[in-house]
Every structure is written in C-alpha cells, then in structure tokens.
Design a protein around this ligand. Structure first.
Ligand SMILES: Nc1ncnc2c1ncn2[C@@H]1O[C@H](COP(=O)(O)OP(=O)(O)O)[C@@H](O)[C@H]1O
Ligand SMILES: [Mg+2]
Length: 420
C-alpha cells in the first residue's frame, strides 16, 4: 500500500461478487489511495446496472453466478477490463470456461486459485497505469475532475491482552505526536468501560463512542469529538451495555464501528485506537492497518504479548488487513528489571516462527504518571518519554508525502489538505 496520494491517477474499480467477498475487497481498497470503488454488485443483474458507473476495471468473484453459462455471457457482454477469481471451480469446468473466453481482450486475469489480494491489486494498478499512459496523457488528467478525494489513512491499533501496560498512555501520546506533525488525527478510546481516556486527557466522558449511531455521518462525528491541541478525541464507552451494542451491530449498518472508521478516514489521515484486552478488540483489529503491541518488562507480560501476536497473525489470520510489516512491538516502563533483549527473546521463543522486532524501548519514568495525574499529556512534560517514542512515531508517521519540493503553505497529505 502506498502512503503517497496522487489525486489524478486513481483507478476506479467495480467490485462484483458475493457480499462477503466484496466487503473484504472494499475494506482493502478503501485504504489504498490509488483506487476508488465506483460501485459494488452482489448479483448478476445488478452487475449490468452497476457497469453504468463506467469503472476502469471490474474485480469479480465468479461465485456470484449460479452457472458457468451466465458467467461466460456476462464476460462477453462487458467491455471493461476485468479480473476474475473463481476459487471453487472444478478443474473440468475451469478448462471449459477458459476455452470459451479465450481471446477476450478485456479479460485481463482469470484465477482459479484464491489469489493474494495485494498481488492482484498491484497487478491491476500496474496494468491500468500502463494502459492509460499508452492511451495518452489526457487519461490521467480526466480522472481528477470526478470530485472524489482518494484517502489512505493510517489506522493504528494500540493493543495487548495485558492490562496496565501503557496502551492508553502510548495511544494518546502517539496520536498527539501525529497531530503535532500536521496530520489530521483522531484518537478513539475503546478502553474497558468506563473508558479512562477522557479522564486522562481532561475531557468530558460524554459525548462518546456510544453516540455515534445517533447521527452516523461526518457531521455527527464532528459533534461527538473533543479537542486536545489539534488532535480530535472520541472517548470510549462508559458502560458495558453500550459497548455490547456496538459490538453486536451489523458491520454494514450505519451505526457500526466499521462505518465509523469508514467515515473517519474521509476526514483524518491518522486514526489511533486505544484497544482493550477484551473481546471488543476484534472490532478495532478488524478495521486497522497498523498494530502497536505494548508490553512491560515481566515474564508474564512477555507471554501475554506473544499470545496477542499469535491471536492476530495465527488465529485471526484472514479476518483483518494487518500485516507483520506494519506491526510494531514496544517495551514500555523499561528499567533495571530485565534487559529489553532478554524480554524480547522470552516473547519470541513463545511464538513459533517469526516475531516482531522491538521498535522502541520506553523507560519507566515518574514524569509520565505525574503528568497524567495533572491530566496533561506526558509528551508535553517529559522529553525523555517523547524521545523514546520517536522511533515508533517515525515508523508510523514520517514517510515522505507528496511533492518534496513544494514550498506552499498547504500540503496534501493522504489526500487531506494540511496547512503548515
Ligand atoms: N513509561 C511509563 N513510565 C511510568 N509510568 C507509566 C509509563 N507508561 C504508563 N505508565 C503508567 O502505567 C499505568 C497504566 O498505564 P495505562 O496507559 O493506563 O495502561 P493500559 O491502558 O494498558 O491499561 C498508568 O498509571 C500510567 O501512568
Ligand atoms: Mg487503558
């Protein structure tokens, strides 16, 4: 996924297939600024209607068709470039379909295996760009007038299955650092009810996450957030009942957590979620593209951190778009008790295969707790704490965006205009 946003070379995509498939594709593409989903079709007749959106390409799961004939005739009637996955096909059927469709110029890919989505997406982008360049310079330019602003947001979950390790402290500090770097930033509290984030940041416990379903729009979101400096904060639930309601909401309903995030990324370049050890974590993990695992220097927490890692990358594999290359491990409250190297080894040994490297070691520092008791964000009080967070903040927020030679006062970051 590219962190750069070039507004005028967006590839418009029609997604077609069974709903569970298009949901996954839509989530993945919504986080990739190079693409814009122009329409979604979950049934063959709907496909023909939705093609009116004139997408550059169609990405399709053939399972949407009940028989091979319907599929073949739909392919023939289309003129858009189309990429199809047909993962459940018997070898004989596959042969038949391939020979029926042989030579169809707009059929760019037909995959009988469950393709890795990222690989497929890269191919679609490369093919489309090559085609547009070949067809003249006007093609890219013509795309930019569609009024749609592509967005790639960093959605960062700060998490562990262990409590009291500094998740809230680090999530709020990271979000604050991102906002100081000029990124429109939203910090979301999901701590176990009652969420302690508002208290730590001298904010009101209401309005909060529980109010999202009442007006699930960009305006509604603005109304329920509060400010700390230039950072926007949405506090978490004050009781278990509200938390349970959001967890059980259908992910496609406007009041769902997923829809909150889909709305937030239209306005924010960075969303940081302070994620609890409870089952509520699944909501946050499911929408995030970056993970920060926070541990403290004890054997018990090393084991819990290893367990959290396994939960994400083994048991929940395929249920989220987190990857190991965008996941980071932080040792917080480090002191004399154990060497960071040894702590990391304990955790790594509890995971078979790979494990995340340690990106930051944050010292145990009295100034952190003192600042929080005064309800001041610790990075404003402790230079040592701020410095220790830098490797993590740099990894998450400091790639080179846009035109490096730009001397203007505004800059487009992730498709969001930022004033310096
Ligand atoms: N680096 C640190 N040095 C000293 N105290 C810390 C540090 N990080 C967190 N704390 C303290 O640890 C306690 C738990 O932190 P918190 O962020 O609430 O953890 P969690 O959200 O994981 O439960 C708080 O009292 C906080 O002040
Ligand atoms: Mg907490």
């Amino acid at each position: 996924m590219s962190w750069n946003t070039q507004g005028n070379d967006t590839v418009t995509v029609l997604l077609a297939g069974p709903k569970n498939r298009t949901d996954v594709w839509q989530t993945a593409l919504s986080k990739d600024a190079r693409f814009r989903v122009s329409a979604i079709a979950n049934a063959p007749d709907d496909l023909m209607v939705k093609l009116a959106s004139r997408p550059d390409v169609a990405l399709m799961d053939g399972a949407m068709f009940t028989d091979a004939d319907g599929f073949v005739s739909a392919m023939r009637s289309m003129s858009e470039d189309v990429y199809v996955v047909l993962p459940q096909l018997a070898p004989n059927d596959e042969q038949g379909i391939r020979s029926e469709l042989a030579g169809l110029p707009h059929l760019k890919g037909l995959y009988a295996v469950d393709m890795n989505l990222q690989t497929l997406v890269e191919k679609i982008f490369a093919d489309t760009r090559a085609a547009k360049m070949a067809s003249g310079a006007g093609a890219w330019g013509a795309m930019s007038g569609n009024g749609h602003r592509p967005v790639t947001a960093r959605i960062v979950t700060v998490w562990n299955i262990a409590g009291g390790v500094g998740k809230t402290t680090i999530a709020s500090s990271l979000a604050y650092l991102a906002s100081q770097r000029g990124y429109p930033t939203l910090l979301i509290g999901m701590g176990s009810p009652p969420d302690d984030l508002p208290m730590m940041l001298r904010l009101s416990p209401e309005p909060n996450l529980a109010h999202w379903p009442q007006n699930p729009t960009i305006e509604g979101l603005r109304v329920i957030t509060q400010k700390v400096g230039s950072m926007n904060v949405l506090g978490g639930f004050v009781d278990d009942m509200a938390a349970g309601q959001m967890a059980s909401a259908n992910r496609d309903s406007p009041g769902s957590f997923q829809s909150l995030i889909n709305t937030a990324i239209r306005e924010y370049a960075v969303v940081v979620i302070d994620t609890p050890p409870s089952s509520q974590a699944a909501l946050a993990l499911g929408v995030s593209n970056h993970l920060v695992l926070v541990g403290t220097p004890s054997m018990a927490t090393a084991m819990r951190t290893a367990e959290a890692y396994r939960m994400v990358f083994e048991r929940m594999a395929g249920m989220h778009s987190l990857s190991e290359t965008t996941s980071y491990l932080v040792l917080n409250r480090a002191g004399k008790r154990v060497e960071p190297r040894d702590w990391h080894r304990w955790a790594a040994e509890a995971v078979s295969g790979g494990f995340l490297p340690l990106i930051a070691t944050i010292p145990d520092n009295d100034a952190v707790g003192i600042a929080q008791d005064e309800r001041v964000i610790p990075v404003e009080r402790s230079e040592a704490f701020r410095e220790a967070l830098m490797p993590l903040a740099d990894a998450l927020f400091s790639e080179n965006y846009g035109n490096s030679g730009n001397t203007g006062r505004t800059k487009s970051i992730l498709g969001v205009k930022v004033r310096f």
